[in-house]
Design a protein around this ligand. Structure first.
Ligand code: AMP
Ligand code: MG
Length: 410
């Protein structure tokens, strides 16, 4: 099949081509397995919440009226154990938080009540609050609570569970085979000779894929050999093949030729981007997609953020837009060449002002620098010199807490 000569294209264009034709599909999943996954169908309330007028306090329920007279306590209403009778004007019901409030009643908090046997009296000037959570005050039957495309976290799971459902319609998770390539690449835990290095991209990508809702399927690293690379992925049952390394045009960059053996139709040949120019994308004859990342750790992980993340989110019907933020530059930066530049940076916040400090060494081979970054800073292609204090676009990385004192870098 002739290959379209797409040449080097911009980041937006490349992303558009990668996301074209992705169709989310649905499956039914138990609530307990839904964390981090994406809703395929909206969730509406099946009934009002709360489903009855509920007491907001511990106290006494009584009809609105004269508080200066004594009331006779005729029963009790506890959460899940309601009082079923009717309340007359001189009667009160002992009531607890979350219990159904008898028809027409308000609740006087127990701190304002004086109980003696069956008789209860109240402070004359009880404040006006009803202390009642009205039926449907949280949400109403039929109300859409969670929209399709929402990624489920603890809070949205609480909302889904509050509707009483235990099975949800979720987007099927894309299965991503990860193939690290290179004669020099050894899996961590293996024995490396003096000229070999350990695969650091594979485990990082595996974690990123899981965080973006995909199913990571790590393969054994493959040597720089066309037939070996093709054989490594030929029979893998997956939606996307993510290759690492061998993406460029050197004599040992054999991933694209290997994929051609499997009927690769190239959609993105190379991207006007730094780091990550050799990134490519295509579709195999059997419909599986292939995203080829360069091997340098910063290139691979920057491109995972810029391309793999939107790809996986779009595939699940979630919003693939990168959530860019604006920060102030901590220091001046030189003009940018013809490729847009994504720099590793550290964010700090003082008095509500977000400041980005790019690392001085942006070499794309540096793993330790990346491990210290908490944002990627975007400088547009062709931009002039930037001054300290200028606004810059940042993409926050999803980092977990690290002690500040831990810094080993520059
Ligand atoms: P390549 O993209 O194959 O030309 O590799 C570029 C650089 O990234 C080389 O120095 C490789 O050794 C390194 N590299 C390639 N794959 C990986 C990987 N999976 N983990 C860490 N470094 C890698
Ligand atoms: Mg290589």
């Amino acid at each position: 099949m002739p290959e379209p000569s797409s040449g080097e294209i911009g980041v937006e264009d490349a992303r558009g081509r990668m996301l074209a034709g992705l169709t989310p599909t649905a499956e039914t999943v138990a609530l307990s397995g839904a964390l981090g996954r994406t809703l395929f169908a909206p969730i509406a309330a099946l009934r009002d919440q709360p489903p009855f007028d509920a007491s907001a306090m511990d106290g006494y329920a009584l009809l609105p009226g004269d508080l200066s007279r004594p009331y006779r306590v005729i029963g009790e209403s506890a959460a899940g154990l309601p009082f079923d009778g009717r309340v007359q004007p001189d009667e009160a019901v002992r009531i607890f938080t979350g219990a159904r409030v008898p028809d027409g009643c308000r609740v006087i908090v127990q701190e304002r009540a004086e109980r003696s046997g069956e008789i209860v009296t109240f402070e004359a000037h009880s404040p006006g609050s009803m202390n009642v959570r009205s039926r449907g005050g949280d949400f109403k039957a039929g109300q859409v609570l969670l929209h399709a495309g929402v990624r489920l976290d603890a809070w949205s799971l609480a909302l889904a569970a509050a509707t009483g459902r235990d099975m949800l319609q979720l987007a099927v998770r894309p299965r991503v085979a990860i193939l690290s390539t290179g004669e020099e690449i050894v899996k961590a835990g293996g024995a490396a000779t003096g000229v070999q290095i350990f695969d650091s991209n594979g485990p990082a990508l595996q974690a990123l894929i899981a965080g973006w809702g995909g199913i990571a399927m790590p393969l054994e690293p493959a040597k720089d050999d066309e037939a070996t690379i093709a054989a490594a992925v030929a029979e893998v049952d997956c939606d996307l093949i993510l290759t690492v390394g061998g993406a460029s045009v050197g004599d040992h960059d054999l991933v694209k030729p290997a994929m051609r053996r499997l009927g690769l139709e190239l959609k993105v040949e190379t991207v006007r981007l730094r780091p990550g120019k050799p990134t490519w994308f295509g579709v195999l004859a059997d419909g599986r997609r292939v995203l080829g990342l360069p091997g340098n750790p910063a290139s691979a992980l920057v491109c995972a953020e810029l391309f793999l993340r939107p790809l996986l989110l779009a595939w699940q019907g979630a919003d693939p837009t990168l959530p860019m933020e604006t920060a102030r530059l901590a220091a001046a930066l030189p003009p940018v060449g013809p490729r847009e530049h994504w720099m590793r940076a550290r964010l700090s916040s003082e008095d509500g002002v977000l400041t980005a400090t790019p690392f001085s060494d942006q070499d794309s081979s540096l793993i330790a620098v990346f491990a210290e970054a908490d944002a990627l800073l975007r400088r547009p292609a062709g931009a002039g010199k930037a001054e300290a204090g200028d606004g810059v676009d940042c993409l926050r990385l999803h980092r977990l807490a690290r002690p500040n004192s831990h810094s080993i870098h520059r």
